[in-house]
Structures are given as C-alpha cells and as structure tokens.
Design a binder for this molecule. Structure first.
Ligand code: MD3
Ligand code: FE
Length: 210
C-alpha cells in the first residue's frame, strides 16, 4: 500500500473519556445543506414531544429517519417502525450516511437517525444509550446550530463528570469503552449560531439498532 493512500477512516481532533470529537468536521456549506435535508425529513415526520414513562414531557423535541425511530411514552423507551402518526419514517439523508461511512469506516449503514431539537431551556439528563441489541456498533452524533454544553460521566452511575461545548459542525463517535458511558446536555447557548433561522440546536444521532 502506498504511503499516500487515503485512510479508511478519519482521526478525531480530541478524545474525551473515549468519545472521539471531530471538531468542525462539516463546513458551514455542508451544515446548511444538511439543515435543508432535515427540513425534508421533518416535513414527512414532524417533531413530537416525547413523554417519559412517568408521564413527564421531555424538553427536547424528536423525530427520526431510517428503518426505525426512537420513541418514548408511558409504555417506555423503544424503537418503532413508524412515526406516532402511523407514517413510515423517511430515509436517512445521503449526506448524513456519508458522514457515518467516512468517519466510522463501516460498510453497514445505521438503522436509525434520531433527530433531537433543543429550543430555549431544553436539556437532556445524564443517561446511557442501551436500547440497541449490540453495543459493539458505535454511535455517531452530529451537532448543528446553537452550541451545547455536553457532559460525559462514566459507565457506572455516579463519579466525576467532564464537560465540553459542542459547536455546529462537530461530530462525535462513541465506540468501544465509550459506548456505554453516561452523557447528557446541560444547556444550549441560544443565539450562538445563525444556522437555524429560529435558533436552537439540532442533534442527529446515528445508531445500529438490531
Ligand atoms: C455518548 N443525545 O439522543 S449526542 C441521545 O446532543 C443523546 O442530543 C444528545 O444523548 C444530544 O441519546 C447527545 C452525543 C451522544 C450520543 C450518544 C452517545 C453521546 C453519547 C452514546 C454513548 C455515549
Ligand atoms: Fe444518549
């Protein structure tokens, strides 16, 4: 193999507790194009406000693209084949799949692209992502719009945490040891990006589900 051959996968600019951070991976032009792809998804599968199993509304609005979508209501958390309206989930936009392929180097596409929208005051408490069948597959996340304070803890509950601001165009990959770490979003810096005309933050989370 020649020394100038393209790497099969990309290198992160930082690693925090095993979470690989690709800062500024998407150019502003690609971010804007991805927003218009997401608007297409949301037109077919509108955002909904999930409830926890205890009947509390989550502050984040959600929808999905792909073979299945993540939902939460009084019956609990799970993946479903259909949007709560009964419609099929739209396809994951090609540009989103391209980021997954380039960064993970995997030939298998993700099953689900969860789309989270954070408006003023929205946050997500520390949790683990464990509704998937096989934790050997990585999870990849793309941040778009206003900056978010991301907190990362440990695989076990409790212990010290570390925080980092995620900016529009940043991509995160959680694989190996980091796949089951606790993580959450403490707050959004509203107005920090001009990407979304009404402000706020979109996060795309790509997962292999089954
Ligand atoms: C670390 N979303 O939807 S993305 C989620 O910004 C979720 O909307 C947050 O956590 C958001 O479940 C964080 C970054 C992220 C996603 C999945 C992870 C970090 C992760 C899985 C394992 C470890
Ligand atoms: Fe999560």
């Amino acid at each position: 193999m020649s020394e100038t051959a393209e790497p099969r996968r990309a290198c992160p600019s930082r690693v925090l507790r095993g979470v690989a951070i690709f800062e500024g991976w998407l150019t502003p032009e690609r971010q804007a194009a991805m927003i218009s792809d997401i608007r297409g998804v949301v037109a077919a599968a509108p955002f909904f406000q999930p409830e926890t199993r205890f009947g509390r509304k989550m502050s984040v609005r959600m929808t999905s693209a792909g073979r299945c979508g993540w939902v939460s209501d009084r019956r609990g958390y799970r993946y479903e084949r259909r949007h709560p309206s009964g419609a099929a989930w739209p396809e994951i936009p090609a540009a989103v799949l391209a980021v997954w392929a380039k960064i993970t180097g995997l030939e298998r596409d993700p099953d689900c692209c969860l789309i989270n929208y954070y408006g003023a005051g929205a946050k997500m408490g520390l949790h683990q992502d464990r509704d998937e069948a096989d934790f050997r597959w990585p999870v990849l996340s793309i941040s778009l719009g206003d900056s978010a304070l991301f907190r990362i803890g440990n695989v076990e509950r409790g212990g010290k945490t570390e925080s980092v601001w995620l900016q529009s165009g940043d991509v995160l990959v959680m694989g190996g040891e980091a796949r089951l770490v606790h993580h959450g979003i403490d707050r959004i810096k509203m107005g920090s990006s001009a990407l979304l005309k009404d402000g706020g933050r979109l996060n795309l989370t790509l997962r292999v589900v089954d």
